[in-house]
Structures are given as structure tokens and as C-alpha cells.
Write a protein that binds this ligand. Structure first.
Ligand SMILES: [Zn+2]
Length: 387
């Protein structure tokens, strides 16, 4: 165990009652993830740090990535003895890979990747109980006759690419909880030294909306930086996988992959039911459709800033935005077996819109307390305010 693994392990045991650090040596897949996550986090942190002037950079805290020995879906940002940590359940990673392989085995998902005509649509997908453990999912829902993986090797590789992209997005999201000041703000307010990605409920709606505002901020930050990476991969700039540009024959495909990547993450972190709008404000995370809509809108606002994508704003306005929810609804309902026809998207867009405004209000309220925070990236925050 190296020094960072030791710190991660000690902090995890000290901060959480119900989470254990993963220990190497019992499963090759998890052992390789245990090397990969700290590497990705340290790369991401050093990339982010270069954006700050030297005098600020010196004050930025250390962030250490690690893996939790947990087969269910989960991730967390936490702090202990002056160090900051990002932890990912290994179950999150395994489930993402399973899901993307199933998605790519459908000819209508990213049809331009490889030879999608080789893929055979299943008559139905099972309703995967997403909060259950990956071993249960494998045992009961991915039984041999149900397992369907991409037939085309390039599509199989695209499932791996999307798993990597989605994991990167989650790490950016957790990172924002740290460098965006959310975690320190929460400690000053409630003393709780962690932020966990769970759909738990709060008693009061003010706390719920503040936490949702932080989630929104972390989502938008993650989407902004993740798409920046993916545009670079489209150019063939990925340091380890230069051939990943094959998944994006056209810049428009970067957008479609990005929407699929984040929709799937939102879906696995969601409880799956459509909650009563009167209780939304008490949740720690915005409802699924709110996160989806805000994410798509961020992407739309981001386009002019990204050279390769700037010319696509009109395409996104006229073609992608009107269908983004019907596409993601079709994709997720065929994948997850839950038709979302009763979602507020179909019947009450104003309810979603009002909730987004309430989150923005909460965000503006906490902004003055977070703004002086030494890590804030002002350019990004102008974007998330829509300026
Ligand atoms: Zn979060």
C-alpha cells in the first residue's frame, strides 16, 4: 500500500460507518480499478491546478482518489485531517460497463459506431433494479439467455469508451464538490465532512435546495470539462487511446455521446420512481428529469465556447434539444423497462421549470459564501449563470 492508499484507507474508515476502502488482491478487475481511479484523479487535479495562478495554486489542497469496497452504486467527496478525497464504489464502475455493453448491443444506440446492423434488438430489456448490488444484477438479470453484448467489436470498444467517459464525468463531479467549496461550506453549516451521491431526503426544503444547488453546480462543471476532454479525443488527442476518435466521425456525435454518457449516470444514481413534485425540494439531489434538462441546456450554452462544436448550436437548437428528452426517454425506457410517459416532461414542464428556478435561487443565496472560496473558476460560473 502506498502513502496515498494508506491515507485514503484511514480517512474512509474514520469518516464513514458503513463504507470500507477496497483492498487489493481479491479481484483483478477491482485491483486494476484501484490503480486507475487514483491515477485519473491525480491527472484531473493537476490539469485543474494549472488554471490557477501560482500564489493560489500553492494553497490548493491535496485530493486523493480511491475505491470503496461496495458492490452497489455510489460515490463520495470527503475530507479528513486537511486532505480531500474522492471515492468511487467499484459497483458503480461495473454497472456502468454492463449497461453500456447492453446499450451498444442495440442497433439504435449510437448507430454510426461500427456496423450497427450486426446488432439485434431485444424484444424487451429487463427492468434492472439499479440500486441493488452488481452481483445480484449479474446473477438474476443478466442470466445467460438475457446477456446481450455488442456483436461488432468496435461497438464493444465504444461501451468501454463510454464507461471511461462516464467515470471521468463522475470524478469531475466529485472534484467540484471539493474545489467548488461545497464540502467546506457544508462543514461550516452542518459539520458533515462528506457529500454522498444518494437520494436521501432532508427534513427541510431549504437544506434540500442548497444541496441540490451544489449538485447542479457539480453536474454543470463535470459536463463542461468532460465534453472538453471528449472534443480532444474526437481530434485524436487522447494520450492512451488516440483511436477513440473513431467513435466521433462527426462533431455532432460528441454531443450525442455526451448526452448518453450523462443520462446513464443520472439514471443509475436515481431511485427510479417519479416522486411527487411537492417533495422535490426536500431531496438531496434534483430529480432525474431536472438534472437531464439542466445538463442538456449547459451543453447548449457551452457550444459557442468549443471551436469544433460552435457551428452546431443551431443544429442542437432545432434538432437535438426538441428530441433530447424523447430520445433519452426512449433509450432509457427500452433499456430499463420503465416507460416514463407519466414524467413531468410529458405533462408538466412548468413544474420542472419552477423547480429549476428554485434551485437557481438557492444557488444564488449560497454563492456569496462560496464565491470568496479560493478555488472558484469564475469563467465557468458565468456560464452556469447563463451570462
Ligand atoms: Zn454530487
Amino acid at each position: 500500500m502506498d502513502a496515498n492508499e494508506q491515507l485514503f484507507s484511514e480517512a474512509t474508515s474514520a469518516v464513514f460507518d458503513d463504507v470500507e476502502p477496497a483492498v487489493s488482491g481479491f479481484d483483478p478487475e477491482i485491483s486494476s480499478l484501484m490503480k486507475e481511479i487514483p491515477r485519473l484523479v491525480s491527472k484531473m487535479v493537476s490539469g485543474q491546478r494549472t488554471a490557477y495562478p501560482e500564489n493560489i495554486r500553492r494553497t490548493l489542497p491535496k485530493v486523493i482518489g480511491g475505491v470503496f469496497d461496495d458492490a452497489s452504486v455510489g460515490a463520495a467527496a470527503f475530507t479528513y485531517k486537511g486532505n480531500y478525497f474522492i471515492g468511487l464504489n467499484w459497483g458503480t464502475y461495473s454497472l456502468l460497463y454492463e449497461l453500456f455493453r447492453r446499450l451498444l448491443s442495440h442497433p439504435h444506440v449510437l448507430p454510426w459506431v461500427g456496423d450497427s446492423s450486426k446488432e439485434i434488438p431485444l424484444s424487451k430489456f429487463n427492468d434492472v433494479p439499479l440500486r441493488s448490488e452488481i452481483s445480484d444484477i449479474r446473477a438474476t438479470f443478466l442470466s445467460p439467455q438475457e446477456v446481450q453484448y455488442p456483436r461488432d467489436p468496435l461497438r464493444e470498444e465504444a461501451a468501454w469508451y463510454l464507461t471511461h467517459a462516464a467515470t471521468g464525468w463522475i470524478l469531475f463531479h466529485e472534484f467540484r464538490h471539493i474545489y467548488g467549496g461545497h464540502l467546506d461550506y457544508n462543514i461550516s453549516r452542518t459539520g458533515i465532512p462528506f457529500i454522498r451521491e444518494m437520494m436521501s431526503e432532508n427534513k427541510d426544503s431549504e437544506t434540500g435546495l442548497i444541496l441540490q444547488a451544489q449538485e447542479m453546480d457539480a453536474d454543470l462543471f463535470a459536463s463542461h470539462y468532460a465534453i472538453g476532454n471528449e472534443v480532444a479525443w474526437h481530434r485524436g488527442d487522447h494520450p492512451d487511446n488516440p483511436h477513440w476518435h473513431r467513435f466521433f466521425p462527426d462533431p455532432r456525435h460528441v454531443i450525442e455521446c455526451a448526452l448518453l454518457r450523462t443520462d446513464t449516470v443520472f439514471k443509475i444514481f436515481d431511485m427510479g420512481d417519479t416522486p411527487d413534485p411537492s417533495t422535490w425540494a426536500q431531496k438531496e439531489h434534483p430529480p432525474l428529469f431536472v438534472r437531464r434538462r439542466m445538463n442538456a441546456e449547459l451543453l447548449w450554452r457551452d457550444l459557442p465556447l468549443i471551436n469544433e462544436l460552435s457551428h452546431l448550436r443551431e443544429v442542437m437548437t432545432s434538432q437535438i434539444m426538441p428530441t433530447v428528452f424523447s430520445i433519452s426517454e426512449t433509450t432509457t425506457s427500452s433499456l430499463f423497462g420503465k416507460p416514463e410517459r407519466d414524467s413531468p416532461w410529458a405533462t408538466g414542464q412548468d413544474v420542472v421549470h419552477n423547480h429549476i428556478l428554485a434551485i437557481f435561487d438557492a444557488w444564488r443565496k449560497i454563492l456569496p459564501e462560496i464565491l470568496p472560496f479560493r478555488y472558484l473558476d469564475s469563467k465557468f460560473d458565468r456560464i452556469s449563470r447563463g451570462e
